[in-house]
Design a protein around this ligand. Sequence first.
Ligand SMILES: [Zn+2]
Length: 309
Amino acid sequence: MYSRLPSRRAFLQTLATGAAASVIPGLAHAQAPSLTTTALTDTIHVVMGDGGNIGAVRGPDGLLLIDGGYANQTSDLQHFLIEKVDARKVQILFNTHWHGDHVGSNVSLGGNGVRIIAQMETKKWLSQKVNMEVFHRTVDPLDPSGIPGEVFDQGGMMNFGNERIQYRHVPFAHTSGDVYFFFRHANILQTGDLFFNGMYPVIDYSTGGWIGGMAHALDVLVKVGNKETRIVPGHGPIGTKDDMRAAQDMLHSVAGRLDGFASRGASLEEVVAAKPTADFDAHFGKGFLKPEAFLAMAYPSIARHNKKS
Ligand SMILES: [Zn+2]
């Protein structure tokens, strides 16, 4: 008799908890099932979710993040990091560029006193209203708590834990303020959106991006590290130098063809009808951007860039 009482109480508690979980939306998904992580070394993890890829580096006193995903995944991300990577707090957050699928944790982490570091162009775009034409969307300035408190121009070097992290600005490619990060000891390159692995890239011509710059960025990036370097792209799976060379070849080829159309003043409709990406579509056209959507960014980006320079 006595021994049955606790088990009955436990049963009722289970019932109550189960009932609560079924009526409170989201409670049953508190473990962020959409996020996954890959350990590249003992101290460097990649977290992948709906937004851009996130680098998480463990140091002696806490974490350094490179990018922070979407804002609506911020609390999921923080729980996920505690559970799967390191329970200590985030100390430093780098932004690779200003887009919302990469800077979504800025406001939450910045509000908690985390150092946010970015290239000065990224701070500029985050501080103002931007008409992002490629997505027909106006993006409001970020809350001041999420604006990077430290900026740099060309790049720099940071020692964090046992890693030496080199970061460099590659202007006018995906935006005007993209930065890549190279972990010298681990031989890992995190590219932000300078490199989309296995898919056509977004080119944000409203904030300084253009297809010639994207092609040039990969000329720079293929020379970083060596042939063993592991590459964390902005979007897509972890890749190799061969993956990067395939994207480099595609971007140079397509940029050359689009230049030809631009020099004779062809319309976007004419360009799309001519299918100038046809030989690359099987490899790159099955991702986020279909060929027409890619051309609708890449082709106008040339005229926009030429007007500026
Ligand atoms: Zn982006």
